[in-house]
Ligand binder design. Structure first.
Ligand SMILES: Nc1ncnc2c1ncn2[C@@H]1O[C@H](COP(=O)(O)OP(=O)(O)O)[C@@H](O)[C@H]1O
Ligand SMILES: [Mg+2]
Length: 361
């Protein structure tokens, strides 16, 4: 087992800078998730750690060794990919033991390892079958088993669940977490799925356009995003962003003045009237029948029943600003209805509209 340390790592493909100045240190045994939209550089970082991609600048340490120019096989890392590609003509047992046979591990040790790994993955009853006789989820467990059986110092996983259907993905996700708890191997997991990131990670690294946006505990990232990109990427449905003007302790959204609390005013680094963006999560917006000031008007565009409640998508009246919020079935709202909304002002975020930086909280 080992810690993994990246120091100012950059990877350039000709003139394209795929990732730049990536720095983080994963303590031994932790499960870290790299998350971000497609093309943000997740796989490039993972492939550099695996040794499958060269490093243009910066240093990479696994344990206490600088491994920049160490070939993949000598790094003692195991990588699991999205498409688990098992050898179709071999049994599950043979698939699991393939790497060990190549390394001339003696047959007794080899069988013991196959049995123990198969047991921990719940595939011990499948050892004599061929891959095509297994479900997708079982095949992915075999792929995990091939990685585990080598007892690597570090696990690298690149979107390992994205080929599974929703239910199997949930199950395998829970299983991966349990497996990590048992084995305690340092794991770096790449995904574009923020739910996977939130549920699996000890720490999350959020990437956008090749740079780190924030590193933190899942809850911290959710509650204290450093900028609009992080705020809107984490959380589903995504945080609503409403254009607003801050002036003398009020927020003006859609021509409506919403007074801010003293605490909120004090912690805002704003002195004069400025344009801002207000972020508000869907669960902090509610339908109201009150006629008080400071309420927003919207027209309902779409209604999505979710089972226990409904998700409503709407447009602020006389604007092009879209927002979403939850309502209950008893609210009996319809597409085209004009509604009044109250936002929970204690739970807002305020962003600088130019830089996207969080101004509050
Ligand atoms: N071999 C390559 N040659 C040129 N550009 C590449 C290569 N691999 C990745 N890139 C570029 O680097 C960026 C990051 O890609 P990637 O790491 O695959 O992103 P992600 O895994 O987050 O979707 C993209 O802009 C991609 O086009
Ligand atoms: Mg990728």
């Amino acid at each position: 087992m080992a810690q993994v340390c990246l120091n100012q790592i950059t990877r350039q493909f000709d003139s394209v800078i795929a990732v730049s100045d990536i720095t983080f240190e994963i303590p031994d045994g932790e499960f870290w998730v790299l998350v971000g939209p497609s093309g943000c550089g997740k796989s490039t970082i993972l492939r550099m750690i695996a040794g499958l991609e060269s490093i243009t600048r910066g240093e990479l340490y696994i344990g206490s060794s600088l491994v920049n120019s160490i070939p993949p096989r000598q790094r003692d890392v195991a990588m699991v990919f999205q498409n688990y590609a098992l050898y179709p003509h071999m049994t599950i047992a043979q698939n699991l033991s393939f790497g060990l046979r190549m390394r001339k591990v003696d047959p007794i040790t080899l069988n013991k390892r196959v049995e123990s790994v198969a047991r921990s993955l719940n595939i011990d009853h499948l050892l004599n079958r061929k891959p095509k006789q297994l479900s997708g989820g079982q095949q992915q467990r075999v792929a995990l088993g091939r990685a585990i059986i080598r007892e690597p110092k570090v696990f690298l996983m690149d979107e390992p669940l994205s080929n599974l259907d929703a239910q199997l993905r949930d199950e395998t996700r829970a299983f991966l977490k349990e497996l990590h708890r048992q084995l305690g191997i340092t794991t770096i997991y790449v995904t574009h799925d923020q739910v996977e990131a939130m549920t699996l990670a000890d720490k999350i690294v959020i990437l956008d356009q090749g740079t780190i946006q924030q590193i933190g505990l899942p809850q911290t990232i959710y509650q204290r995003p450093t900028n609009r990109m992080v705020a809107t990427f984490i959380g589903s449905p995504t945080m609503n962003i409403l254009p607003a003007i801050y002036s003398q302790g009020n927020l003006c959204i859609q021509g409506q003045f919403i007074p801010l609390s003293e605490t909120l005013k004090k912690s805002l680094p704003l002195t004069e009237s400025v344009r801002v963006e207000v972020g508000i999560r869907p669960e902090q917006i509610h339908l109201t029948s009150s006629e008080k000031s400071g309420l927003l008007s919207a027209i309902i565009d779409l209604i999505e029943p979710l089972g226990k409640e409904i998700l409503v998508r709407a447009t602020l009246l006389d604007t092009e600003t879209k927002l979403s919020f939850y309502a209950s079935f008893v609210d009996s709202v319809k597409v085209g209805d004009s509604v009044t909304l109250q936002i929970n002002i204690e739970q807002i975020f305020i962003f600088d509209p130019l830089t996207g930086k969080t101004l509050y909280p």
